[in-house]
Design a protein around this ligand. Structure first.
Ligand code: BG6
Length: 473
């Protein structure tokens, strides 16, 4: 094994990432209203309930709501220079359509920012991460309704007003392209997928894109030093065979994801997308004002990366397997995680190059990691997790980030997903762990919630301290 420095630039931001609904808990404290996550006790693996149910692990989650001081101190111990977290929309606007925000909710994030400042950690804030207020889902069917744009604008305005002088980096919607695959989680749309028309789904997509661009415009007016990014679920797609038909199938699949970045960086819909709409008989309600708002393009593009997939035009071979929200056709050359997500570090370099070549905007890897079952063991009298599999996954992906930097790609930073164990978004399990910090909580809700440093904790601290020079390839 040779050690070499992949050459991360000075000032590269190193850290971790979480989402409010998966880490905070305190689901009904401090005046918070319910969000769609409070009725999604099974995540994506079961239907929502009418009202919150007591088996929902997200109601306590990792208890960051009460333990953020300890947790941020642990992040600082690892040397984080950035922490990506989301603001729970329903802490700020409990129903989502009120005129006035909830002061207690705002004060909570003041305290979180205080702690980050104390440790010199740069905040990276996701405005909306799969936590649409439940009232907006139940009353408006989420982003199908144009009214959501106004509610989101008001919410964004309140955040920029309150935190604009403390937060430089903002993301508008988590994995905005996932809307087409997970309409409830991503778009607060309660109409079940089988009854949801393409017309409504694509209209919801348009509303989110307009809201995202509107937030960018508002930030520029209110807090000019802010840098606004979009956030895309990256899923590099390879042809299953060398046939041109498979290559074309890849291009079409890619388009369904890339359109979101294209609009965010170019300020208008691309021709291939307009063709899709025409061919499906979808007529979007796009006003002149919408078109104008969409020209407010982002400063940078962020994305999550966990895996790649294959695509084929051959219907018999088009067997879609497990994966991050959209899944895809199994790649026979790759290994997979315990949850069937195929492991492909090189795909991260490919995604970084593809996005850079296409959009020429600085890129930020804001999610990456492996969900695995961890076992707490005693080593030299200390409780820890010997998670060499996680170290290996993160190391190999970071080496590819270094390769992309060497390719000339501008990469702003990297935040490891679920840097502290959190509840899984897709399966709602605690046992699907991503963290460098172990949280003592089980799938049945038992556990002390105590925190333990995993082996990967010390490993990541070294990576950060050496600015990537300790990575091995
Ligand atoms: C991304 C989401 O899709 O993947 C996160 O932005 C999520 O919220 C992450 O947790 C990992 O997925 P999962 O389903 O393993 O939690």
């Amino acid at each position: 094994m040779t050690t070499r420095a992949p050459g991360f630039p000075d000032g590269f931001l190193w850290g971790g990432a979480t989402a409010a609904n998966q880490v905070e808990g305190g689901f009904d404290e401090g005046g918070k209203g319910p969000s769609i996550q409070d009725v999604m006790a099974r995540g994506l693996s079961g239907p929502p309930t009418i009202a919150p149910t007591p088996d929902n692990l997200k109601h306590v989650a990792s208890d960051f709501y009460h333990r953020y001081v300890e947790d941020i101190a642990l992040f600082a111990e690892m040397g984080f220079t950035v922490y990506r977290f989301s603001i729970a929309w329903s802490r700020i606007f409990p129903r989502g359509d009120e005129e006035q925000p909830n002061e207690e909710g705002l004060a909570f994030y003041d305290r979180v920012l205080d702690e980050l400042e104390k440790h010199g950690i740069e905040p990276l804030v996701t405005i909306s991460h799969y936590e649409t207020p439940l009232h907006l889902a139940q009353t408006y069917d989420g982003w199908i309704s144009r009214e959501l744009i106004g509610f989101y604008e008001r919410y964004a305005r309140v955040l920029f007003e309150r935190y604009g002088n403390r937060v430089r980096y903002w993301l508008t919607f988590n994995e905005i392209n996932s809307l087409l695959h997970a309409p409830l989680m991503s778009g607060g749309i309660l109409t079940p997928r089988e009854r949801l028309t393409d017309q409504d789904l694509y209209q919801a997509m348009h509303h989110e894109l307009v809201a995202s661009a509107a937030a960018t415009r508002i930030a520029r007016e209110m807090t000019p030093q802010a840098e606004i990014g979009c956030m895309i679920l990256a899923m590099p797609t390879y042809p299953l065979s060398p046939s041109p038909d498979d290559a074309l199938a890849v291009m079409t699949a890619d388009h369904t994801n890339l359109v979101f970045g294209d609009v965010h960086t170019r300020g208008r819909y691309p021709g291939y997308f307009l063709r899709t709409l025409r061919e499906r008989g979808i007529e979007l309600d796009i006003t002149d004002e919408d078109r104008d708002i969409l020209t407010n393009t982002v400063d940078f593009v962020s994305f999550s990366y966990y895996m790649s997939v294959c695509e084929t035009a051959d219907a018999d071979k088009r067997v879609v397997g497990a994966g991050n929200i959209m899944g895809g056709v199994h790649n026979p050359t790759l290994e997979a995680s315990e949850w069937g997500w195929q492991i492909d570090p090189v795909g991260l370099r490919i995604a970084l190059n593809q996005f850079w070549d296409r959009w020429q905007k600085p890129l930020f890897v804001v999610e990456n990691g492996i969900g695995a079952r961890d076992e707490l063991v005693e080593t030299n009298g200390v409780l820890t997790v010997e998670d060499d599999y996680r170290i290996s996954y993160l190391n190999d992906h970071l080496v590819q980030v270094g390769e992309a930097v060497a390719d000339g790609v501008e990469v702003m930073g990297y935040t490891a997903w679920g840097c502290i164990d959190i509840v899984s978004a897709s399966t709602a399990q605690m046992s699907k762990r991503y963290g460098l910090i172990y949280v003592d909580r089980n799938d049945d809700g038992t556990g002390t919630l105590d925190r333990y440093r995993k082996k990967s904790f010390g490993w990541y601290a070294d990576v950060i301290r050496t600015n990537g020079a300790s990575l091995t390839s």
